[in-house]
Design a protein around this ligand. Structure first.
Ligand code: SF4
Ligand code: SF4
Length: 99
């Protein structure tokens, strides 16, 4: 949904104004042993790009790193602060467009 001037109003709208160039390897490395004991798995809710999804069957955290907006929230929001986080390699990752 957009307002009358066409300015994005919510996260979903804003996600239409970004471009991604995926890297071959993930720049986000959660620690599997911590994820397994993490009761609330807050990363699956606070990430604005829905990068983290808990796979109940596989008992593992799936990481859709290609969609990362590089906001850095998961570096501090992870229950154990154990996500290894780097900026994507040069030329990869997200580009924000104006308008
Ligand atoms: S908050 Fe951290 S420890 Fe918990 S599931 Fe997410 S990445 Fe794993
Ligand atoms: S840096 Fe932001 S967008 Fe990227 S995975 Fe972490 S919380 Fe999600």
């Amino acid at each position: 949904m957009s307002n009358i001037k066409g300015v994005p109003q919510n996260v979903e709208d804003k996600l239409f104004s970004v471009k991604y160039k995926p890297c071959e390897k993930s720049h986000l490395q959660p620690t599997p042993s911590d994820c397994a004991r993490c009761k609330t798995k807050p990363c699956t809710t606070f990430c604005p790009a829905k990068v983290y999804v808990w796979d109940e069957e596989g008992n593992q955290l799936l990481v859709g790193y290609e969609n990362c907006l590089e906001c850095g929230a998961c570096r501090i929001g992870c229950t154990y602060q154990s996500i290894k986080w780097e900026y994507p390699e040069g030329g990869c990752g997200v580009t924000f467009k104006n308008g």
